[in-house]
Each structure stands twice: as structure tokens, then as C-alpha cells.
Write a protein that binds this ligand. Structure first.
Ligand code: NDP
Length: 402
């Protein structure tokens, strides 16, 4: 393809400026993903592994490559509302790159304005911020960097489960505040050993979580549209449930590791929360919209849930008055689990690989494809359903207005 315009939406730099040094000098070398899939294979990279690539000044390490090939490259964090830089730049963009952490929502209205758009590239995993139905109808390719941060998220899930069950964050706060209030710390503190934990979806993250929790002596459960191979079920001692509603009552801890698409939107609501054991913990690092926001807050207030944690919200950024910021017994962070410096190195390289394929007319790996040639393709055909899950995303503009 001749000269193209690439528009890239990234989160803001740190408030104290782009880092000039880092806590560690190098990253461990990972040879392959757990299922044998190869890590990204771009022809070259122009960044130092372990540097901050996901914020605007990091530019995913793409500027040199894109400009050397005659393309124009616009990077902005200003993504929400009709007056945003993204909405202005979108009009003649050939390629849009966005990360789920700070998603540039590609609604049907925006896709209609982006008359030249051919590729919507997710630098990460989860392309629900794109109206997939509109992309299918317009013949736009949607691709993401499958597996790049699945293990990063699995680690965050394990951390959040331990944090909630052991009551870590409030106990840490007592230490920070100069207290020694042991009884206050432990009146909600338990061991995970012997508890039953269940994952909704046993894909890359779900299985990663199960594998990591096995050594803690927990009983492991899962539900998924496709059953795992018998050897994996036996190796991990898994209990399979045909439906998620069957699994909830068996679990002390439930973790959501399923993509957001019309089949899964608001699957956690007042009705389904009643199926949980009283005092269950719910951890969601998949997508905020899997849950009915207010039903979760109500369940924490009533004690139906003992804790809720994760890093995903709807919309993103979450408005300052979003109830999940202040609801009791929450272990929420902004959307960070899949954007550790380790993960950024992989998805920046994967983004570069996909761009090289796109510009050189070579096929994009099947495992990276969500939509192609007017239909769900590759991983998208396996894990998503047709339709749109971006409804309500315009509310993200509220964050800017304070
Ligand atoms: P995978 O594609 O490996 O796994 C998704 C799994 O969900 C598949 O096993 C799929 O099943 C299953 N699934 C889809 N629909 C349903 C359904 N209706 N009921 C039950 N199972 C279903 O993806 P990952 O594990 O890598 O990622 C999962 C999600 O986590 C992403 O889509 C994304 O939303 C989120 N994520 C969050 C990140 C963060 O930073 N917080 C970073 C990365 C991902 P099958 O294929 O058998 O149909």
C-alpha cells in the first residue's frame, strides 16, 4: 500500500513526565507462549524492551518504521467526544490503532465517518471497543495481538483473588496509617486453601489462572462453550459445568475470563448474583460491561458478595463518580493488568508485525484475526459472536469534563 495515514490512540504519559530510567535493567526472555504459539515476529523493532511504549510518548515504538515507509503517523490520547483529536483525525485514516486500556471506541457512527478505514488494530487483546458488526458490514479488518498479555492478566487475577480473600489492601492501609489493628485486619481475612474457584471461560487467561491456582490447594471449576481436552481436565482436576449458572453456586471465588460480545454483556446481574454463595468473591479482569454496574455495588453492600476486584470498567476511562471506585470491599485498579512493561514489549512487537503484513500485502496470522472480508475470522470466529457491544461508550467523555 502507498502512503497511508495511521492514527494511534494511547494513554497519557505519567504525570511527572515520560520516564528517563526504569526500576529494572532488563526483561526475562520468553521463548514461546504456553501453547507453543510463537511470540510476535516483526522483521525489526525500534524500541528498547522494557521501556514505556503504551503512552503517547512511547508511540508503541512505531514512528521510525512508519515514517521511513512514507506513512503519516498521528498519536493522541484525546479520544472522546465530537471535538476530540481522534474524531478529527479519523476522517481520512487508513489504519486506527488502539489499546483496550484507553479504548478509542469505534462506534458505527465513527466508522461511517472514517470512509478510508481498512484496518482497526488492537494493540492488546479484546476488540469489543470496535463495533464488530459495523466492521463486518464495511469490510474493515479487525486484528489483535492474541496471547500478548494473557499471562500478565492471569497473574493479576491470582493477585486480586489473594488480595480480596486475605484482606490485603485494608491491612496495608492500617500499616501506612501508623496502626497495629490486627483484629480490624483479620476480621475479614481467610485462606484460599480448600476454597472452590471457578472461571467463566477457559481460554488463554482462564486456563492460565487455573494452572496458577492449583498449587494453592484450591478446587478448580470451569465453564466454556468448548470443553477442554480430557488430559487437561485430568491434569488439573477440573470440574466442568455446562452453564455458568450451574457453576456459580459451587464456587467461593468466581473469575470472569470471557470476551465481551452480545452473548456475554451484563451476564452478571441481580438475577445471576442470587445464584452465588453468600460471601463469594468475584474477580473480573475481562471487561466491565460483563457486569451490571449497580447490581455489583448492591451485592457488596448487602454482603451477597464479600469482595469484587479487577481492572476493567465501562466506559473507560470510568467517570470520577463511578460507583466501583468507592463501593465497599473492592480491589479495583485502572485498566492495567495487560499493560505491564513486559506485556507492552510483546504487543508493540505484535502491532508492528501486523502492520508489516498489512502494508506488504502478506496475510495476517490467523490467530490475530477477529474480522476479515466481511465476517468473523480466525480467533474472532472462535471466541466472539456477531453484533455490537459499544453502546453507551460516549459516556467516556464525562471523565474529561471532571
Ligand atoms: P481467549 O480467546 O483465549 O479466551 C476466551 C475464551 O472465552 C474462549 O475459550 C471462548 O470459548 C470463551 N467464550 C467466549 N464466549 C463464551 C461464552 N458465551 N460462554 C463461555 N465461554 C465463552 O482470550 P484470552 O483468554 O486471552 O482473553 C479473554 C478476554 O480477557 C479478552 O477477550 C479480553 O476481553 C480480556 N483481556 C483483558 C485484559 C486486561 O488487561 N484486563 C488483557 C487481555 C485480555 P471458545 O473459544 O471455546 O468458544
Amino acid at each position: 500500500m502507498n502512503m497511508a495515514k495511521v492514527v494511534c490512540v494511547l494513554y497519557d504519559d505519567p504525570i511527572n513526565g515520560y520516564p528517563t530510567s526504569y526500576a529494572r535493567d532488563s526483561l526475562p526472555v520468553i521463548e514461546r507462549y504456553p501453547d507453543g504459539q510463537t511470540l510476535p515476529t516483526p522483521k525489526a523493532i525500534d524500541f528498547v524492551a522494557g521501556s514505556l511504549l503504551g503512552s503517547v510518548s512511547g508511540e508503541l515504538g512505531l514512528r521510525k518504521y512508519l515514517e521511513a515507509n512514507g506513512h503519516s503517523f498521528v498519536v493522541t490520547s484525546d479520544k472522546d467526544g465530537p471535538d476530540s483529536a481522534f474524531e478529527r483525525e479519523l476522517v481520512d485514516a487508513d489504519v486506527v490503532i488502539s489499546q483496550p486500556f484507553w479504548p478509542a471506541y469505534l462506534t458505527a457512527e465513527r466508522i461511517a465517518k472514517a470512509k478510508k478505514l481498512k484496518l482497526a488494530l488492537t494493540a492488546g487483546i479484546g476488540s469489543d471497543h470496535v463495533d464488530l458488526q459495523a466492521a463486518i458490514d464495511r469490510g474493515i479488518t479487525v486484528a489483535e495481538v492474541t496471547y500478548c498479555n494473557s499471562i500478565s492478566v492471569a497473574e493479576h487475577v491470582v493477585m486480586t483473588i489473594l488480595n480480596l480473600v486475605r484482606n490485603y489492601t485494608p491491612s496495608h492501609q492500617w500499616a501506612v496509617d501508623g496502626g497495629w489493628n490486627i483484629a480490624d485486619c483479620v476480621e475479614r481475612s481467610y485462606d484460599v486453601e480448600g476454597m472452590h474457584v471457578g472461571t467463566v471461560a477457559a481460554g488463554r487467561i482462564g486456563v492460565g489462572v487455573l494452572r496458577r491456582l492449583k498449587p494453592f490447594g484450591m478446587h478448580l471449576h470451569y465453564t466454556d462453550r468448548h470443553r477442554l481436552p480430557k488430559e487437561v481436565e485430568t491434569e488439573l482436576g477440573l470440574t466442568w459445568h455446562e452453564t455458568r449458572e450451574d457453576m456459580y453456586p459451587a464456587c467461593d471465588v468466581v473469575t470472569l475470563n470471557v470476551p465481551l460480545h452480545p452473548e456475554t454483556e451484563h451476564m452478571i446481574n441481580d438475577k445471576t448474583l442470587k445464584l452465588f454463595k453468600r460471601g463469594a468473591y468475584l474477580v473480573n479482569t475481562a471487561r466491565g460491561k460483563l457486569c451490571d454496574r449497580d447490581a455489583v455495588a448492591r451485592a457488596l453492600e448487602s454482603g451477597q458478595l464479600a469482595g469484587y476486584g479487577g481492572d476493567v470498567w465501562f466506559p473507560q476511562p470510568a467517570p470520577k463518580d463511578h460507583p466501583w471506585r468507592t463501593m465497599p470491599h473492592n480491589a479495583m485498579t485502572p485498566h492495567i493488568s495487560g499493560t505491564s512493561l513486559s506485556a507492552q514489549t510483546r504487543y508493540a512487537a505484535g502491532t508492528r508485525e501486523i502492520l508489516e503484513c498489512f502494508f506488504e500485502g502478506r496475510p495476517i496470522r490467523d490467530e490475530y484475526l477477529i474480522v476479515q472480508s466481511g465476517q468473523l475470522a480466525g480467533v474472532g470466529a472462535h471466541s466472539y459472536s456477531k453484533g455490537n457491544a459499544t453502546g453507551g461508550s460516549e459516556e467516556a467523555e464525562k471523565f474529561k469534563r471532571g
